[in-house]
Design a protein around this ligand. Structure first.
Ligand code: AMP
Ligand code: ZN
Length: 112
């Protein structure tokens, strides 16, 4: 999608601090980190949010979770939180599916 911030990051039109990339997904550090480690993992196809996941695109989501597990192992993270905000009230600010991976500090439950 041409006016999507994360599609522009995927296209290299906006720079990012890349953690990992393959044919199906990109992981990069959040520009406004909320924990000592905070990166985002996004599919290369434009999916607006978890609310738009269906049988056709679910493979991209499953793949992202294998990447999250692998990256966290490689980064030596043994405790972390994976978050996806859906819609304005939940705090979604970029309408391209993304999973936040946060680690390196104590976290509270329930989240705010
Ligand atoms: P959300 O608010 O859940 O939609 O998450 C969007 C995230 O994208 C926020 O945590 C932002 O800090 C992050 N973000 C926005 N612009 C950029 C950017 N150019 N590079 C990296 N992260 C970004
Ligand atoms: Zn997009």
């Amino acid at each position: 999608m041409s006016d999507c911030l994360f599609c522009k990051i995927i296209a290299g039109e906006i720079p990012s601090r890349k953690v990992y990339e393959d044919d199906a997904c990109l992981a990069f550090y959040d520009i406004d980190p909320q924990a000592p480690t905070h990166f985002l993992v996004i599919p290369k196809v434009h999916i607006p949010s978890v609310a738009a996941v269906d049988q056709e695109n679910a493979g991209a989501v499953a793949h992202i979770f294998t990447v999250i597990a692998k990256l966290c192992r490689e980064l030596g993270l043994d405790s972390y939180r994976v978050v996806s905000n859906i819609g304005e009230q939940a705090g979604q600010s970029v309408p391209h599916l993304h999973f936040h991976v946060l680690s390196g500090r104590d976290m509270t439950w329930p989240p705010g």
